[in-house]
Write a protein that binds this ligand. Sequence first.
Ligand code: NAD
Ligand code: UGA
Length: 432
Amino acid sequence: MAKISFIGAGYVGLVSGTIFAHLGHDVKCVDLDENKVSKLQKGQIPIYEPQLQSYLNESIASGKLSFSNKIESDTEIDAVFIAVGTPPKEDGQADLSYINQAILDCADAYSPDSLIIIKSTIPPQTCQNIQLMLRQKGFKHEIASNPEFLREGSAVTDFLEPDRIICGISSDKAKKVFEKIYLPLTKKGYPIIFTDTNTSELTKYASNSFLATKVAFINEMANLCETLGANIDKLTYGMGKDKRIGEAFLKVGPGFGGSCFPKDLLAISHLSKEKQELNTILEAVIDANEARSLKLVNKIKNVLSTLKNKRIAIFGTTFKAETDDVRSSPAIKICKLLLDNGADLHIFDPAGMDNTAKEISASFHQNPYDAAMQADCIVILTEWKIFAQLDYNKIKNNMRKACLFDFRNLLDQDLIKEIDFDYHCLGKKGHN
Ligand code: NAD
Ligand code: UGA
């Protein structure tokens, strides 16, 4: 088993570190955020992530997982994974300052035999540039790339059952370290792919860009369905049955969001421009997604005539279900536009209320029933299952107007029809 350290205990570092400990490795997670570390040392998870708690409890109890605020010198570390943020700068390029700082701290603390592995999403050529910078400063450590493909909300399963493990390396020594660390997964048959660091880094951006393209494409098809009187749900079912296309990532919605798709598309678009490579498809995807929020807000405005002083119940603000993350959430973008138009928002989200309150000022409610009280309409923005299971008869009786915008096509349309809502969904006919 290996001795591993993680720098950054956010969504990626915490999940990966915890699961590696569960798989038998000796793991220490380091994070600068004292509050986060103190919670983790008490076994409390600072994020909402299904299944993570039990794995964390188990790994702490077995003594395989620990947390700290600072990197301590250790000559026995096989590998250190860098999992700090790579947020966008104003012009879209990835801000690598957290990465650079973390790597210099590690090079100082760990022996040159420890492999430094960047798990964060970083633009192609970053590893080779950092390698050069370390050599110039007299450090002998090798830098490798190992992008992460987990999704928030299903992070534990994604990490335990990866479609593939991508490792960007420049030596056989690094390959052996990866083989040792990932053995518990590769021996179960999960594929590991070795490549150079540039290809590994670009594979991550290409994957996220392709998935985002699928989402943007289907949202535009939904617009066309509305105009032509077709049905997007039946269309995606029909398309998805073609094995070459596949069913995943064809769900219509308010646009893609989250801490990665928007940021990664901007970063790769910035890099393409810098290298004078035309990337017209990515530019179109970014623009199409950008236009989505306003289009949906106008949909509401058209039905209500005006948004000014309208009391609107918002169901869901996180960028998707099963997370508390509201970073670049399309729901937040839509809420901001509604507020700009003078609407009075009443919000409920099962996990994202605290994070939402940091982004917008509105009225927050403990449950969806209270949020919908006296409302002129409800807008479903996140596909939390509980929104499909509510008593809409009860909700309707307490509303000013029985009007509902289902921007995730979540509800059973026949059921809602029985309740006699003025129901609007995406890419297919609603009903009055
Ligand atoms: P995050 O913001 O949740 O966590 C980053 C953590 O790093 C923070 O807790 C921060 O305090 C800590 N940190 C920053 N600098 C540090 C330093 N010098 N030393 C120690 N700790 C430091 O970020 P995240 O969502 O986990 O994303 C991390 C990276 O992984 C990003 O590049 C992201 O694109 C990529 N990624 C994220 C996901 C996801 O689902 N969130 C999935 C795949 C890849
Ligand atoms: C995404 C990728 O799926 C992960 O593989 C990757 O590791 C991660 O980004 C990352 O690099 O951080 P995540 O952001 O957690 O994961 O969420 P997704 O499930 O991919 O959803 C992204 C956005 O697209 C959400 O806003 C979601 O609602 C939207 N979406 C997704 C749709 O509107 N329709 C779909 O069919 C799928």
